[in-house]
Design a protein around this ligand. Structure first.
Ligand SMILES: Cc1cc2nc3c(=O)[nH]c(=O)nc-3n(C[C@H](O)[C@H](O)[C@H](O)COP(=O)(O)OP(=O)(O)OC[C@H]3O[C@@H](n4cnc5c(N)ncnc54)[C@H](O)[C@@H]3O)c2cc1C
Length: 395
């Protein structure tokens, strides 16, 4: 059966209604396009994802106007404390360093938001756009590129098959399933849970490099006192061992990794182990098909950059489409060129950091301690680094 959904020549199909697919759809609708989003998951399943995301200031500046009145609950990140377990170097990124405002009361470095809350807010904002259509649960099972259209094969929740076509297909379906063309074998895992700490002020985030892997503690958006969300990266064997520990034994290992001077670990919620697939497509645009967000590149969460980078993909793609509206292949060629440097840099940084900080070699250990100390002592260096994390590499 053919489902004749598209009636205008510039209709755009978006495969995946995760945060990047939905943000792109809203941006497109606001520029006069008629996006149609397909997502394989029911909204309730997406809503229950309690992964805490750190959104950079740049990302939040983009998202806020898209969300309008549908703002999710967020927590401000006021400072980020970066250190390496058992070593002397430490650096502090603070909002007031970056803005260099006379009163020192700049905007936060970013905010945190639960994935499910962000998705709920984006879905509500999408529904408020008359030109945007969202169909879920509908899985796109195949994409066939023709000369001037793209044909899609679809499968509904009841197993009903249909087809559709569009002028452009945007892949925003997240990391490829393992075994897919560009998927790499999963080596890294993370343990995730909420943690109660005593010591640090609300709004403080921590990035701590341990021998097993990096650990992040992000301030969580709560209404019942400060809480932090833990993402502790490690290999599969360690994630299994730590996942099976009793509560007190796990808290003791976490306390040792966090260090007594940073905070006291008071309590933890049940842990969840999540795989951390990583991949990057060699080509992110072909004729009438384009990849954005995790579908284009899936990063290690070490610096909390995946969604931030994906939003910059979305912004650039929409800008290219708006500027060369009648010529989709030309728009995609621009998109590919403009995203090259930012993607390469963020992928390089997130691939390099975990092994660099895990190395036990003395010269490497000394170099990283000196690096963190230099960053702490040199405000211009710190400002450059923070601006990169907040706004990416501008094209
Ligand atoms: C533990 C962890 C912590 C993280 N922390 C941060 C952070 O602090 N900051 C940050 O910026 N990033 C962070 N990230 C990364 C961030 O979660 C991702 O970059 C972001 O979710 C990517 O969004 P997306 O929309 O591209 O893909 P996804 O969120 O994966 O959404 C893809 C959507 O596509 C749908 N879909 C899949 N296949 C199909 C199909 N065939 N047909 C139709 N629909 C389909 C799925 O149902 C899903 O809804 C973290 C990731 C992890 C795992």
């Amino acid at each position: 059966m053919t489902d004749a959904i598209f009636d205008a020549p510039q209709d755009i199909a978006i495969l995946g209604g995760g945060p990047i697919g939905l943000a792109t759809a809203i941006l497109l609708a606001r520029h006069g396009f008629a996006p149609l989003v397909f997502d394989a998951r029911p909204l309730e399943a997406a809503r229950s994802d309690r992964r805490l995301l750190a959104l950079s200031r740049g990302s939040w500046q983009v998202l806020q106007p898209l969300l309008g009145e549908h703002l999710p609950r967020t927590a401000a990140i006021i400072d980020v404390h970066v250190s390496s377990a058992g070593e002397f170097g430490v650096t502090h990124l603070q909002a007031r360093d970056i803005d260099a405002r006379a009163d020192g009361a700049g905007e936060p470095l970013g905010v945190t938001v639960y994935y499910g809350d962000l998705l709920t807010a984006l879905s509500s904002a999408a529904q408020a756009q008359p030109a945007l259509r969202l169909r879920r649960p509908v899985q796109v099972t195949r994409v066939n590129q023709r000369f001037d259209t793209v044909d899609l094969e679809l499968c509904g929740a009841d197993g009903a098959r249909s087809t559709s076509s569009a002028s452009l297909a945007i892949h925003a379906e997240g990391a490829p399933q393992s075994g897919g063309d560009s998927a790499e074998p999963v080596r890294d895992w993370a343990l995730i849970c909420d943690v109660q700490l005593s010591g640090p002020a609300g709004g403080s985030a921590f990035e701590r490099f341990t021998r097993d892997g990096p650990l992040a503690l992000l301030p969580a958006p709560t209404h019942d006192g400060p809480r932090w969300s833990l993402v502790w990266c490690m290999d599969e064997a360690t994630v299994q061992r730590r996942g099976a520990l009793g509560d007190a034994a796990f808290r003791a290992e976490l306390q040792q990794a966090v260090g007594p001077r940073i905070a006291r670990v008071e309590a933890c919620t049940p842990r969840r182990a999540v795989p951390l697939p990583q991949q990057a497509r060699a080509s992110i645009a072909e004729q009438r098909v384009v990849w954005i967000g995790n579908a284009a590149q899936t990063l290690h969460p070490v610096a909390g950059q995946g969604l931030n980078l994906g939003l910059r993909d979305a912004l650039t793609l929409v800008d290219c489409l708006v500027k060369s509206r009648a010529d989709i292949p030309a728009a995609l060629a621009h998109y590919r060129r403009r995203r090259n440097a930012d993607r390469r840099l963020m992928r390089g940084v997130t691939r390099l950091m975990p092994p660099l900080f895990a190395s036990r070699a003395l010269p490497v250990a000394l170099a990283r301690s000196l690096g963190l100390t230099a960053m702490d002592l040199l405000p211009p260096l710190r400002r450059q680094w923070a601006r990169l994390l907040m706004f990416g590499l501008r094209d």
